[in-house]
Design a protein around this ligand. Structure first.
Ligand code: DCP
Ligand code: ZN
Ligand code: ZN
Ligand code: ZN
Length: 359
């Protein structure tokens, strides 16, 4: 990835693309949004700087809308379109609304149509009906928008592992998502849980959250039961949710307080400053052992990498890949894999390390 000044144009483009993609997402225009996301992945790993339009000639994913943005950045040093979006009232409101856990584009649309523009206005409006998830989102808002650090991920990892092992000593607990890709910060922490034993335990997830409830560690939890059916063909839909049993939770992570004892006066001023815990978003996914490698590949992400891989499987290999399986349409068979390496091999690709999957 590029960090130095030779790549100024590319960095400007990446910023602009991200804004454009997000704005199209808010407009539920997935095609245009993906166009900018893909162009971003291409530029991100370009081994040379861009100084004129000729430099991007022949690159994939450079549609007219994308080229217009690049051209303007080359000429003006910035994108007026991206700038317009940043100042757009609808974009600004959606950006705020979707920053709340449990609030997506649909809810934002509803609030915006009601004439609401800021989170303060949403909170003050008595006619707004919040889901349990959104209530938690507002309640722990400050904690949840502040990023999760690697140290916090490690601390939560300990808690998750210890809890799982008390119920299932031979379980396999793996951190996935951004932290597995080597990111130093994240918005949540994702875990995959499986066990080599012959039977699956539908109760495991319930046991885990019940114990956390008893321990006062659980601030919010939504368990989604598995909807996977045997021999089900992989989903062709690029962004389909998988069918694993999972839990979207908010954990209360107790943190040693930063010691300000020299400054005694501040102690009584603000009790909130004495809060010695942080709300952290945690995703737990339970997978059957045979599907573990596919689940690991899917949940490690990045989202864009997963999309590109599934697209590649469909178009280049006549195979269908999702978080559960890989299906060969020519041979009409499921391809088993015990590791991610085997999945890449099935696809005829060189293995890509998790930290190389950020695009
Ligand atoms: N994923 C998936 N199916 C879902 C949800 C997510 O396959 N239903 C994948 C795509 C993501 C990865 O799992 O890359 C983790 O999802 P997150 O939303 O937690 O994203 P990241 O961990 O990559 O980033 P962040 O730090 O923002 O959490
Ligand atoms: Zn340089
Ligand atoms: Zn994550
Ligand atoms: Zn997640």
């Amino acid at each position: 990835m590029h960090t130095d000044s030779h790549f100024f144009v590319i960095l400007q483009c990446l910023d602009a693309f991200e804004i454009m993609a997000e704005n199209y997402e808010f407009k539920e225009n997935e095609i245009f949004s993906l166009e900018f996301l893909r162009a971003g992945s291409v530029l991100k790993f370009l081994p040379f700087p861009v100084t004129r339009m000729k430099d991007i000639q022949g690159l994939p994913c450079m549609g007219d809308r994308v080229r217009d943005v690049i051209e303007e950045i080359l000429e003006e040093g910035e994108s007026s379109r991206a700038k317009e979006v940043l100042n757009d009232e609808r974009y600004k409101s959606f950006k705020q609304f979707t920053s709340v856990f449990g609030v997506g584009v649909k809810t934002s649309e509803k609030w915006y149509r009601m004439g609401l523009r800021t989170l303060e206005e949403v909170k003050a409006d008595k006619t707004v009906k919040l889901s349990k998830m959104q209530k938690a989102g507002f309640l722990y808002y400050e904690d949840l928008v502040s990023c999760v650090s690697k140290a916090e991920a490690d601390a939560v990892s300990m808690i998750v592992k210890n809890t799982v092992y008390t119920f299932l000593p031979d379980a396999l607990v793996t951190i996935t998502g951004g932290f597995r890709r080597g990111k130093k910060i994240g918005h949540d922490i994702d875990f995959l849980i499986t066990s080599p034993g012959p039977r699956e335990d539908d109760e495991l997830l319930h046991k885990i959250v019940d114990l956390w409830k008893k321990q006062g560690l659980l601030l919010y939890c939504d368990i989604v039961e598995s909807t996977f059916t045997k021999e089900q063909l992989p989903s062709r839909q690029v962004d389909a949710m998988d069918n694993f049993q999972k839990c979207f939770a908010i954990l209360k992570l107790c943190q040693p307080r930063v010691d300000n004892s020299s400054d005694n006066t501040s102690k009584n001023l603000d009790m909130a400053k004495d809060k010695d815990w942080k709300a952290i978003r945690v995703d737990l996914v339970i997978t059957p052992f045979e599907q573990y490698a596919y689940a690991l590949l899917g949940w490690t992400g990045s989202r864009q990498f997963g999309r590109d891989l599934r697209r590649y499987a469909t178009h280049e290999r006549k195979m269908i890949l999702d978080n559960h399986a890989l299906y060969d349409r020519t041979k009409k068979t499921f391809l088993k894999a015990a590791s991610e390496e085997e999945i890449f091999a099935h696809l005829g690709l060189d293995y890509v390390e998790p930290w190389e999957r950020n695009a």
